[in-house]
Design a protein around this ligand. Structure first.
Ligand SMILES: Cc1cc2nc3c(=O)[nH]c(=O)nc-3n(C[C@H](O)[C@H](O)[C@H](O)COP(=O)(O)OP(=O)(O)OC[C@H]3O[C@@H](n4cnc5c(N)ncnc54)[C@H](O)[C@@H]3O)c2cc1C
Length: 288
């Protein structure tokens, strides 16, 4: 188990967010506790990973080594979906060879993790938090929900999927959970944006300003960004940008930022951020 580099500490700096006081990451051989199907296409992996569990903050991720040899070479980034004493939970979807390999892991197997990585959610003191998770994008949303619940902060969760079989929570709007399904088989028929519209029209308990937190497919994030910009609603988005190292070395996960007028903002580092160390969570208004 190795502590992350001092340069990472310098890069992470002093951020007024949930990961502020936790700039270091670790390499940890985590023991698989369970690996089970959660819903159609979704799997939940619980790992004993005490160093990462105690250092992690909502919105951060781990980079998972999926093979002992050279192939596949690159680690696979996975959001932390929750923590317990000494334990982290990941929720994953089988996409290709890496996630297919993860699905074969049995209790007692070891997984080589780097983490916790990245910059997590900022939770502002004001604004009613509405958490929006599309498909496997629910993972970092559930960890934020765990944090808000522990802090006694009222919030609402909207989870979207194509159909009922892809859901693992119940549609209980009065208890703070709204489900949406593209085919109308459960909850609100339509996309997560339809679920958000429904929440704003009929459920918003205070009628006051909202603070949005979203993770999901690109079309969902683009829709949320448009809504947040148009209506000036505070909104943070967690990007699942393809990346390699996960800690700022390879520069492979650049994200274009909205140009700003001041000359100091014309540098490369102002125009392009790295999803792995500047994100994966960004303010919606910053993204191009
Ligand atoms: C910060 C972060 C957090 C993530 N959290 C989760 C999570 O909680 N659960 C989850 O299931 N997935 C998550 N992802 C996406 C996950 O990393 C990819 O699905 C995974 O790397 C695919 O690996 P593979 O070997 O199975 O597929 P591959 O065979 O490597 O890829 C198959 C296809 O998937 C796409 N892909 C590959 N890597 C990524 C990537 N990093 N991001 C987006 N698309 C990719 C490519 O289009 C590729 O053609 C996250 C990604 C990032 C960057």
């Amino acid at each position: 188990m190795t502590a992350g580099s001092a340069s990472m500490a310098a890069v992470a700096g002093n951020r007024a967010d949930l990961s502020a006081a936790r700039p270091l990451f670790f390499r940890e051989q985590a023991q698989v506790l369970s690996n089970a199907t959660l819903a159609a296409g979704l799997h939940e992996l619980r790992l004993e990973s005490p160093r990462i569990a105690s250092a992690a903050a909502p919105g951060q991720f781990v980079n998972v080594l999926v093979a002992e040899g050279w192939d596949p070479l690159l680690r696979r980034p996975m959001s932390i979906a929750g923590t317990g004493p000494g334990v982290i939970t990941l929720i994953y979807k089988i996409i290709g060879r890496g996630t297919a390999a993860m699905s074969t892991w049995q209790p007692g197997d070891r997984a080589d993790l780097l983490g916790p990585l990245g910059r997590g959610w900022e939770v502002p003191a004001d604004g009613f938090p509405v958490l929006l998770g599309g498909g496997v994008g629910i993972a970092p949303i559930l960890y934020l929900r765990q944090h808000l619940a522990a802090a006694g902060r009222t919030h609402h969760l909207i989870m979207g999927a194509r159909t009922i079989g892809e859901h693992f929570l119940g549609h209980e709007p009065e208890a703070g959970i709204t489900l949406t399904s593209d085919d109308g088989s459960v909850g609100i028929g339509g996309t997560i944006l339809d679920g958000l519209a429904h929440f704003r029209e009929s459920l918003n308990p205070s009628g006051g300003p909202l603070s949005l937190f979203g993770c999901g497919p690109p079309a969902m994030l683009a829709g949320l960004q448009r809504l947040a910009t148009r209506e000036d609603v505070p909104c943070q988005l967690a990007l699942e940008q393809t990346m390699a190292c996960g800690f700022g070395f390879c520069q492979g996960c650049s994200v274009a930022m909205r140009p700003r007028p001041e000359p100091a903002a014309h540098s490369y580092r102002s125009r392009y951020k790295l999803a792995c160390i500047d994100g994966p969570v960004f303010r919606a208004g910053e993204l191009l």
